[in-house]
Design a protein around this ligand. Structure first.
Ligand SMILES: [Zn+2]
Ligand SMILES: [Zn+2]
Length: 403
């Protein structure tokens, strides 16, 4: 079986690379993945899979049913790009595939995720007679901030699913390795907009105004005490103020300062307590200076928590394919992912697929205009593992696991 898979992976690989480059040339932002989703539908249709499209506008769900009854596994890829101007060297290569769209780029590797999942669908379709149960392929829109997982779930993406797997390019990990966390994997990523409302005036007469700038400065400092002084030191939390804007010129007292920030946590109770803690501090500081405030606090993606059994299964399967030394168990990351919504509903595991170019010390991270994942890892992988690379099925368990 492993040989049959490896053989088919090798056969489909050039098409996957070509399709990924095509996606890379034509990046589309969240909920605009019309061309991308068209290519996905075309590819899946040619495999004879049962395909549903137009989910959350551009999402696609395909089902591959095996010959025998068994469990259902869902494999998820995200399709959206980012509003980033590409700065890689892809354009200068002989077969250049840099983004053709100004100001848009697949800087988070979703082009790779989508193309790889199409490759997996091809290989597994060819091995349908070996499959017990169902493999469901989820191509979702809008991972970057707009929660495209939600309409997918509403459309039944994980109904009856026993295990969901999500994969992400991991540029901090070498190509040829995977990395995963056994429990909490990625943080809840909430955000807020805060306005401090004072009263403007002449810079020479502060006593006749309410200066929003020193009040905002105190709020920024005081908010940092949430993590340092009021959250259990053994719990993880981050409060970051990302933008701050206010004022007109040097001799005018600013009537208003607006800031935006993100709050990141893993623990649900802690997460739910934070809007009130933030507001208490803002209210206290504003009150002390006779200012008012407006706070708009939004709960965004929940934390991604890997199911320990699912993580163990993936760890074991990956170790068989890559070798145990190529599978790394890592602490959780404070970044966020809307895969969290699937993981809230069914046992799931989200993992990083290493894509750091061979030997690179300095490399571009996700969302960087220079992000350039590398799939060349031959020297990293033993010949035995290479022969098994692409193994996508586990015999005996009734479950199928994708690389
Ligand atoms: Zn991203
Ligand atoms: Zn991403």
């Amino acid at each position: 079986m492993t040989d049959r898979i490896a053989e088919r992976v090798r056969a489909v690989l050039p098409r996957v690379v070509e399709q990924r480059r095509d996606f890379h040339r034509h990046p589309e932002l969240a909920y605009e993945e019309v061309r991308t989703s068209g290519k996905v539908i075309e590819w899946l249709g040619a495999l004879g899979l049962e395909v549903r499209s137009g989910i959350g506008k551009t999402g696609v769900i395909a089902r591959l049913r095996g010959d025998r009854p068994g469990k259902t596994i869902a494999l998820r890829a995200d399709m959206d790009a980012l509003p980033v101007q590409e700065a890689t060297t892809h354009g200068s290569a002989r077969h250049g595939f840099a983004s053709l769209v100004a100001g848009k780029m697949h800087a988070c590797g979703h082009d790779v995720h989508t193309a790889m999942l199409l490759g997996v669908a091809t290989v597994l379709s060819e091995l349908r007679d070996q499959i017990a149960g169902e493999v469901r392929f989820l191509f979702q829109p809008a991972e970057e901030g707009l929660g495209g997982a939600v309409p997918m779930i509403e459309a039944g993406a994980v109904d009856g699913v026993d295990l969901a797997l999500g994969q992400h390019m991991g540029p901090t990990h070498p190509t040829g390795t995977i990395a995963l966390s056994r429990g909490p994997a990625m943080a809840a990523t909430d955000f807020f907009t805060l306005k401090i409302l004072g009263r403007g005036g002449h810079g020479a007469y502060p006593h006749l105004s309410v200066d929003a700038i020193p009040i905002a400065a105190q709020v920024v400092t005081a908010l940092q005490t949430i993590v340092s002084r009021s959250v259990d030191p053994l719990e993880a939390a981050v409060v970051t103020i990302g933008t701050i804007q206010g004022g007109f010129r040097n001799n005018v007292i600013a009537p208003e300062v607006e800031m935006t920030g993100t709050v990141r946590t893993f623990d649900r109770t802690l997460r739910e307590s934070l809007p009130a803690r933030v507001e208490r501090i803002v209210r206290g500081v504003a009150d002390a200076h006779g200012a008012r405030y407006e706070l708009d606090y939004a709960l965004n993606y929940p934390a991604v928590v890997n199911d320990p059994t699912a993580a163990q299964l993936l760890e074991r399967a990956a170790a068989e394919v890559l070798g145990a030394d190529r599978v790394q168990v890592i602490p959780p990351s404070m970044a966020g992912e809307d895969f969290a919504y699937y993981a809230e509903r069914v046992p799931a595991c989200f993992y990083w697929l290493g894509c750091r170019p061979l030997g690179a010390q300095d490399f571009a991270n996700l969302h960087s205009p220079s992000f350039a994942p590398s799939w060349r890892a031959r020297r990293w992988i033993s010949s035995r593992a290479r022969a098994e690379a692409g193994r996508v099925a586990r015999r005996g368990s009734g479950l199928i696991v994708a690389p």
